[in-house]
Design a protein around this ligand. Structure first.
Ligand SMILES: NC(=O)c1ccc[n+]([C@@H]2O[C@H](COP(=O)([O-])OP(=O)(O)OC[C@H]3O[C@@H](n4cnc5c(N)ncnc54)[C@H](O)[C@@H]3O)[C@@H](O)[C@H]2O)c1
Ligand SMILES: [Zn+2]
Length: 346
């Protein structure tokens, strides 16, 4: 088992990673909090798998909210339902909310916890690979609006994060592979050893170390830039073109991980065109090994148009995350005219 701590501006996040960590939840909660009540939020897929086991660990009566699974429920209506259940359970500010699920449950529960009574303790138990290596750590919470994804939210650190790699065994392969795109991202921007670990044929027997190495990078970056004003941008490697591709596909044709995989490969090509190291072959190999796509399925002109809405854009330039050499992220400020040429040449 591994332990990491993240010093946030308002609290410390204790992060436990390993097989069987799930069964230690009650013990770690007792070490850190003195809740009179615990409220668990989970979704309709995760509830039948893990909710009963979690509740049985605690000597207290646990109240629960089970939300329908899926990004389409990451909205303010669902938050209102969670508030209603929290209120019915008579939670106070010394009580605890646990998010048991993937990134959707984590984001929405974190947001409800950040805002209910102006902030109530929260513990994350991430159950997808993406949420284990990415969304459960770092304190970004939020929901979608009809106008766009993640438009409402708060920075709010979970004080406890219990990452059990055994829980990944029940994940459908496609959802597991989505998370692998983020793992590949960490290998590219910070630690190429991760790429070696996941290239092993039996890499799944080493998920503890793979998740730990990934989370350690996220922890380090967030600790230096908790509120996303600079360095945290490097976590967006592959996400600029990735988001554009998701958007062109109306957020239904490509999953997030597939879009990020494509985005990382295209960013590598773009880096090579700008005279940086050509890492295209290595990144393509890593993505293909985990059944992730590498080719842009849309016209580059459509991708460029979608890119213009990226938040990393200024009036005439865009900050673009590139990797050079493998294991080091660099931020390039690219004039839009040049970016247009580079994208249409992909
Ligand atoms: N806060 C952040 O920093 C951050 C970072 C990245 C992504 N996100 C957000 O995360 C969300 C995506 O998260 P996700 O990919 O985990 O999706 P998700 O939460 O929708 O989970 C994917 C599917 O897997 C199911 N599932 C979860 N755990 C399971 C398990 N152990 N066994 C079987 N099925 C399981 C879920 O019910 C769901 O159907 C997006 O909303 C995204 O915006 C947030
Ligand atoms: Zn991502």
């Amino acid at each position: 088992m591994y332990h990491l701590s993240l010093q946030g501006s308002t609290s410390t996040s204790d992060i436990y990673i390993g097989a069987g960590v799930f069964q230690q939840t009650a013990k770690r909660v007792a070490e850190k909090f003195k809740p009179a009540r615990i409220h668990v939020v989970t979704d309709s897929n995760v509830a039948p798998l893990y909710l009963k086991e979690l509740c049985a660990e605690f000597p207290l009566n646990i109240t629960t909210t089970v939300i329908p699974a899926g990004e389409e429920y990451k909205n303010l209506d669902t938050v209102a339902g969670i508030y209603a259940d929290m209120s019915k359970a008579e939670l106070t500010r010394s009580d605890l909310v646990i998010a048991l699920g993937g990134g959707v449950v984590g984001d929405i529960t974190g947001f409800a916890a950040a805002t209910y009574l102006r902030g109530i303790h929260v513990c994350q138990i991430p159950t997808t690979l993406l949420s284990q290596v990415d969304s459960s750590v770092g304190g970004k919470t939020g929901v979608d609006l009809p106008q766009g994804k993640n438009l409402v939210g708060a920075f709010y650190q979970p004080e406890l994060v219990m990452i059990d790699t055994d829980i990944l065994t029940s994940l459908p392969e496609r959802i597991f592979n989505d998370g692998m795109a983020e793992v590949i991202k960490y290998g590219c921007i910070s630690n190429p050893t991760i790429l070696e670990l996941i290239a092993e044929p039996d890499f799944k027997s080493n998920m503890e170390q793979i998740v730990y190495e990934s989370v350690r990078i996220k922890r380090d970056v967030v600790q230096q830039d908790e509120h996303d004003t600079g360095l945290r941008m490097i976590l967006n490697f592959g996400h600029t073109i990735g988001h554009a591709a998701e958007k062109v596909g109306h957020f239904t044709e490509l999953s997030h991980g597939q879009a990020v995989a494509i985005g990382m490969v295209q960013a590598a090509k773009l880096g090579a065109a700008l005279g940086e190291a050509d890492l295209t072959e290595q990144i393509v190999a890593a993505c293909k090994a985990h059944d992730l796509p590498t080719e842009l399925p849309y016209p580059t002109e459509d991708i460029y148009t979608a890119l213009l809405h990226d938040k990393k854009r200024t009036a005439d330039t865009m900050n673009f995350i590139l990797v050079h050499p493998l294991g080091k992220a660099v931020i390039h400020k690219i004039p839009l005219e040049q970016l247009h040429q580079l994208i249409t040449a992909l």
